[in-house]
Design a protein around this ligand. Structure first.
Ligand code: ZN
Length: 68
């Protein structure tokens, strides 16, 4: 196993399949954080290290949402 696929996120954000990456600012307000950019780097999901949101490409949502 190259990487443990365990996420402690409470929110999954779908992103278009052709997206190269996502930007996240925590949604603003009290839960906000400095805007950061994450690249998928060939993967299907990336977790924000600030707010624990998990960004998942639409075609891969089934792996993360209700897959257990
Ligand atoms: Zn975030």
């Amino acid at each position: 196993m190259p990487k443990t696929a365990v996420f402690s996120t409470s929110e999954i954000i779908p992103v278009p399949n052709d997206a190269d990456g996502v930007s996240c600012d925590g949604g603003g307000g009290a839960l906000g954080h400095p805007k950061v950019w994450y690249g998928f780097d060939g993967g299907t999901a990336v977790e924000c290290s600030y707010c624990d949101r998990l960004f998942v490409k639409e075609h891969a949502l089934g792996r993360y949402d209700g897959g257990s």
